[in-house]
Design a protein around this ligand. Structure first.
Ligand SMILES: NC(=O)C1=CN([C@@H]2O[C@H](COP(=O)(O)OP(=O)(O)OC[C@H]3O[C@@H](n4cnc5c(N)ncnc54)[C@H](OP(=O)(O)O)[C@@H]3O)[C@@H](O)[C@H]2O)C=CC1
Ligand SMILES: Cc1cn([C@H]2C[C@H](O)[C@@H](COP(=O)(O)OP(=O)(O)O[C@H]3O[C@@H](C)C(=O)[C@@H](O)[C@H]3O)O2)c(=O)[nH]c1=O
Ligand SMILES: [Mg+2]
Length: 283
């Protein structure tokens, strides 16, 4: 895509975007630090770009509990400044958010219009970003996704592969459910959304996008061990048996019908995405 400006260069989604659209401009932390929202806005204003995609974020869920100001600057203040600058330039702005904006109650997959209720600082700052982006006056969209994995960066798959090679047993929570999502599919879906938005300025809003089928973290871990050929046993535990600084939603399931209806983008099977990532990680 010509004229695309991306915030983020080294993250999971940014790395996959660079594979799909190497001609886009990727701004790393050295060129646009999200702790400096005005610098991010200036980068857009002077870019002459045709569309903006924010793939950078503060994603350390537990650490966010002790760094709320930093998380808020990166996840809320910077994206809002970006959206305002995109509005001034008259170009569409696509932002990425998370299942952690929900409180995890119930078992029904969340609709875009369902009430939010983040349980931790990460989710709260991501929600503040969504709200600010929506009110900034740009042509905007927010893609909420979940449980992102890829061959790059830090993610659950790579953690499981590392621990699974070292241990005979891993204890993994079985009472949190969601959709694992390959970063490559997110990158492709973002580009498809922006294409549609550029063709029709009336398009935008919040959309859910996650891999299928829904799983528990333990189920996800078991599939990782199976596909990787690791003999490590996955024992199902309760969230209460795995204490962490941040609370996480028990129900992270996202209803992805709207993005399919409005953009023709369907849920990818994460098990196929996992196979590709494992192939890529092979020495
Ligand atoms: N990871 C997940 O499981 C999920 C992620 N999401 C959302 O998807 C989006 C992409 O996430 P993902 O690709 O996994 O993210 P990663 O954690 O892989 O990467 C985060 C990116 O943000 C950059 N970044 C962090 N702080 C700053 C800063 N101060 N200034 C500039 N850049 C910064 C990082 O740069 P550097 O390498 O320099 O630190 C890195 O490129 C985010 O909006 C995230 O909230 C949604 C659901 C699940
Ligand atoms: C390593 C490990 C984790 N767990 C649990 C903890 C947690 O509930 C779950 C997943 O652990 P993680 O640390 O990978 O999860 P976490 O960092 O919370 O992942 C989240 O990241 C942010 C950025 C998002 O937006 C979310 O969609 C989600 O992907 O597995 C175990 O039960 N056993 C283990 O050995
Ligand atoms: Mg994590």
């Amino acid at each position: 895509m010509k004229g695309l400006l991306v915030f983020g260069r080294t993250g999971q989604v940014a790395t996959e975007l660079a594979r799909l659209v190497p001609e886009a401009r990727f701004l790393g932390r050295d060129q646009a630090d999200l702790t400096d929202p005005q610098a991010c806005a200036a980068a857009i204003r002077t870019s002459g770009c045709a569309a903006v995609l924010n793939a950078a974020a503060y994603t350390a869920v537990d650490r966010a509990e002790s760094e709320p100001d930093l998380a808020r600057a990166i996840n809320a203040e910077a994206p809002v400044a970006m959206a305002r600058a995109a509005a001034e330039l008259g170009v569409p702005f696509l932002h990425i958010s998370t299942d952690y904006v929900f409180d995890g109650s119930g078992e029904r997959p969340w609709d875009e219009t369902d009430p939010t209720g983040p349980l931790g600082v990460y989710g709260a700052t991501k929600l503040a970003g969504e709200v600010g982006v929506a009110g900034a006056g740009a042509q905007w969209a927010v893609m909420r996704t979940s449980w992102v994995f890829s061959a790059h960066g830090a993610n659950f798959v790579k953690t499981m592969l590392r621990l699974g090679a070292e241990r005979e047993e891993l204890r993994v929570v079985a009472d949190q459910h969601g959709g694992p999502t390959p970063a490559g599919d997110i990158a492709a879906a973002c580009l498809a959304m922006l294409d549609t938005m550029r063709a029709d300025p009336a398009r935008g809003g919040i959309y859910h996008f996650a891999g299928a089928p829904d799983a528990s973290w333990a189920g996800f871990a078991r599939e990782i061990m199976t596909q990787a050929g690791l003999s490590c046993r996955v024992t199902e535990i309760a969230t209460s048996d795995y204490p962490t600084p941040a609370r996480r939603p028990a129900n992270s399931r996202l209803n992805c019908a709207a993005i399919s209806r409005d953009f023709g983008i369907n849920r990818p099977d994460w098990r196929a995405g996992l196979a590709k990532v494992l192939q890529e990680l092979k020495p």
